[in-house]
Unconditional design. Structure first.
Length: 452
């Protein structure tokens, strides 16, 4: 399988199974378009092309393309399908998302968790539950040494004392358990002060800071209880937090809606503020919310992704590298095979823990009783749910099997598939369209880096 496309003035082709990416001149691009899905050139089409362009140049392009095929870099076979459809691969728990607070000091208009309480009662995770969650992941991680812990909410800084005691307890258990914990926290920033920033900088391996971009965009969505915006409060704090991070990981993460389809301006605004690790996600909401992304918005969004890729390329030529999360691809290494085929590992390797200790496949399933796996005190009691999630791969999702982007999106988000289709083995199709466009832009950006 290949994916041939043109972006700006560059002809490109991705060989899906090998991951090889090629830049083609106009002749080679037209010759390649004569090949069928099995990699065989259609003689009649090639003959017509020779009449138009000349036999010598077409034969030369054919020879180069056939060489790529022979070397397994074009129309290559799938080396993974038989392995992942013939057996169920065992998994261990590698990461937990700890819901430190089912409460929030913002009332973001697009939040999937309601007012931070996941449409239930407001609550904070106790130190006892947090410690038991650490015990649970140690006991269920097998020989896996590196463990990820995400402090999430709501707003986790509403429960900072439990965050601190959790970090302390995990560090105490590391040596005897032969584990290494890596911590991430996601915060809206309202409660940040010098003391908290210093603590987070010392203890967190990654910090995710929530901001939607321009003041007018952010303050229309990310509002306090009284309806006022938070931009002027959090931006100075974020700039200080990032400045003390130095080389440590962080992300400024935002959301765009149908109200700011010109979201590349928001990304560039955040870059102008001095931030260089950026992510802005399309909102995922049902029709009728007034904020949702609809099919008619896609052409505009596609053009914005292209515009953003071009502007980031220009910045890099000027000596400044701004990383946009969805454009980051590693063509030489990248995720392991299992991750390419299964994605984030929700329900198997990655679980969410609510304040009372209940276990769910991920934070977006929290509160859905049919997806409750168990509790950190009792362990996983509904193995059948884990087994179902383990079966989800790009090969068991019919719409993914023949999609050229499958090894990059890994089948997409299970929670979105459930929300929109009520089927874990289906897909959120608008999300698929957006992902495919982002990958094209990312491949183009990578090509610009490599060829100069």
């Amino acid at each position: 399988m290949i994916h041939q496309f043109r972006i700006f003035d560059t002809n490109m082709v991705l060989d899906v199974n090998s991951g090889a990416v090629h830049i083609l001149d106009d002749v080679a691009a037209r010759v390649l378009s004569c090949f069928d899905e099995n990699g065989a050139p259609a003689e009649e089409k090639v003959s017509l092309l020779k009449q138009e362009l000349g036999e010598e140049v077409v034969d030369e392009a054919l020879s180069e393309l056939e060489t790529l095929k022979a070397n397994g870099l074009l129309f290559s076979s799938d080396p993974y399908e038989e392995i992942f459809t013939s057996r169920t691969t065992p998994t261990v728990v590698k990461a937990l998302c700890l819901h430190m607070a089912h409460d929030c000091n913002l009332r973001c208009k697009y939040c999937f968790a309601g007012e931070g309480n996941y449409h239930g009662e407001k609550s904070l995770m106790s130190p006892d539950v947090a410690r038991k969650a650490i015990d649970f992941v140690i006991e269920n991680s097998g020989n896996r040494r590196n463990i990820e812990i995400d402090f999430f909410g709501g707003e986790p800084l509403l429960n900072l004392e439990t965050v601190k005691r959790t970090v302390e307890y995990a560090r105490e258990r590391e040596k005897s358990a032969n584990k290494r914990f890596r911590f991430t926290i996601t915060t809206n920033g309202l409660l940040l002060n010098d003391e908290i920033m210093e603590y987070l900088n010392e203890t967190m391996d990654n910090i995710v800071l929530s901001l939607d971009g321009r003041r007018e965009v952010n303050d229309a969505m990310r509002v306090r209880r009284d309806g006022s915006g938070c931009y002027d409060t959090v931006v100075p704090k974020f700039r200080k937090m990032v400045s003390i991070r130095k080389e440590k990981d962080y992300y400024i993460r935002g959301t765009f809606t149908q109200n700011n389809l010109d979201f590349s301006e928001d990304v560039m605004h955040m870059a102008d503020l001095g931030f260089d690790q950026l992510s802005i996600e399309p909102v995922v909401l049902p029709d009728g919310s007034g904020l949702e992304i609809r099919k008619e918005h896609l052409p505009k969004i596609f053009s914005e992704y292209e515009r953003l890729a071009l502007r980031l390329s220009e910045l890099r030529k000027q000596g400044r590298k701004v990383n946009f999360f969805h454009f980051m691809l590693d063509l030489e290494g990248g995720p392991c095979v299992a991750k390419r085929l299964r994605g984030c590992g929700s329900g198997t390797e990655y679980l969410a823990v609510t304040p009372n200790g209940d276990l769910y496949p991920c934070h977006q399933f929290a509160g859905y009783e049919q997806f409750k796996l168990g509790n950190v005190f009792t362990g996983i009691t509904k193995r059948e749910i884990v087994d179902t999630f383990r079966e989800i791969t790009v090969y068991t999702k019919k719409k993914c099997r023949n999609c050229w982007a499958k090894f990059y999106c890994s089948g997409g988000c299970a929670a979105n598939a459930w929300s929109f289709r009520k089927d874990l083995f289906d897909v959120y199709e608008i999300g698929c369209e957006l992902e495919r466009k982002r990958i094209e832009c990312a491949l183009w950006l990578k090509a610009q880096e490599l060829v100069g």
